[in-house]
Design a protein around this ligand. Structure first.
Ligand SMILES: [Zn+2]
Length: 411
């Protein structure tokens, strides 16, 4: 072998090395129990899952930890994909509600009862600039052929903003994938280098963001992941990271159906929505919009036509007034959640109609707020009563033992 020409570039004049600094990559593994099967990952095997990610992607320094608690879901995962989207949504909720979770990538490890089919899913965050949607899931097979490690490297590629390389019947290939023939069919085009085995990777390998094998990372994917990682604020502590009272809003667009999950009150580092074409509205008993937030959805990779949304809103002092949360866009109302109290008022000519959830509350006491005088004792879910327009009233909803009180203005 001629060792006198081992120069790069071939002129023999060394180029300066291009070194770049990128933020720390912090990842938390989550053991998931689904269908009474517990995903296998331990502090001893985390490195095996991370192996190919660290060999291919521009990572630099990283930390890995195992979430202390196992996460149990009542979803069941199937090889055709059912359950995977909902589980991703749940884990994203777990991540943002864990102390320090929003400054970590979360990777759920699942055990499934099949060998072929959906192996992982992950978000493609629309922006590197917020801390949302750094969540993915993958199966726990480490053999054969480091399957679980390839799945992690692929799903984290999605979390780094990458879409699919066009190979192997991917559902939604990256529209910006290079058009040059050397990249055709999702090939990596440029030589790769495996810094563990010290081997050169042929240009005929397929990019890890496609479904073809053997896989390595293309220069296209590498440069884009690097750009995303450099922009990402995750793992840095900037701004006010204190936990505050919030309401967690989450849901999804699932094969043509818009779903608003039940909101819940929580204390967490706020995750405000990224503005977009959808609007969350909080509605009071009179049907008035008390607050609204515009938001966008985020794409779930490896499942067709799935988009999720999740964010937190500051919990107003009078949040109890809110009886309905709903999501709308230009076309109308897409989904809503109705609180059980659900009193609705409609003005009529000589009286006011009040409706409520009669199964939860067999009796409603309507009182004049100023004098305390009882105007009506109503049963059955709907009643009409007479009161002065503009009068301050109180509805006391009794479940038989306990009561909930709502103040409202007569229409
Ligand atoms: Zn994918």
């Amino acid at each position: 072998m001629d060792e006198t020409n081992n120069f790069f570039p071939s002129s023999g004049t060394p180029k300066n090395l291009d070194t770049q600094s990128i933020p720390l990559f912090p990842i938390t593994f989550v053991v998931v129990n689904q269908n009474n099967l517990t995903g296998e990952v331990t502090t001893d095997t985390m490195d095996e899952f991370l192996d190919l990610l660290l060999r291919m992607h521009p990572i630099g320094k990283h930390t890995s930890q195992l979430r202390l608690q196992t996460y149990t879901t009542n979803l069941k995962l199937s090889n055709t994909g059912s359950g995977w989207s909902e589980l991703l949504s749940e884990l994203d909720t777990v991540r943002n509600n864990d102390a320090g979770g929003s400054s970590q990538y979360y990777y759920g490890v699942v055990k499934v009862d099949y060998q072929q089919g959906v192996a992982g899913v992950g978000y493609i965050p629309s922006s590197a600039n917020n801390s949302g949607f750094r969540t993915a899931i993958g199966w726990d097979y480490l053999t054969p052929a480091s399957s679980g490690s390839y799945v992690l490297a692929h799903e984290l590629g999605h979390n780094f903003g990458r879409e699919h390389a066009p190979c192997g019947n991917v559902a939604d290939a990256d529209p910006l994938w290079p058009k040059e023939s050397s990249y055709s069919n999702g090939k990596i085009s440029a030589y790769g280098f495996d810094r563990v085995t010290k081997e050169l990777i042929p240009t005929t390998y397929f990019d890890l963001m496609g479904y073809c094998e053997p896989q390595w990372i293309s220069d296209y994917t590498y440069k884009n992941v690097l750009a995303f990682r450099k922009k990402s604020s995750l793992g840095k502590t900037a701004g006010d990271n204190s936990e505050r009272p919030q309401v967690w809003i989450w849901g999804r667009y699932d094969s043509g159906r818009f779903i608003l999950e039940p909101a819940f009150q929580t204390t967490m580092v706020p995750l405000p929505p990224e503005p977009g074409p959808y609007r969350l509205e909080g509605i009071d008993a009179q049907g008035q919009v008390v607050f609204f937030y515009d938001f966008q959805t985020t794409k779930v990779a490896d499942l067709l036509n799935h988009e999720h949304f999740s964010f937190s809103i500051d919990r107003p002092a009078d949040y109890e007034r809110i009886l309905t949360l709903r999501v709308r866009d230009d076309t109308g109302i897409l989904a809503q959640q109705q609180g059980t109290a659900a009193i609705q008022l409609q003005p009529a000519k000589t009286h006011t109609v009040l409706q409520w959830h009669a199964e939860s509350y067999p009796l409603v006491v309507i009182r004049d707020h100023t004098t305390g005088a009882i105007l009506a004792l109503a049963r059955g879910g709907t009643t009409s009563f007479v009161a002065t327009p503009g009068a301050q009233l109180t509805a006391v909803l009794s479940d038989g033992v306990q009561s909930e009180t709502y103040a409202f203005t007569n229409p």
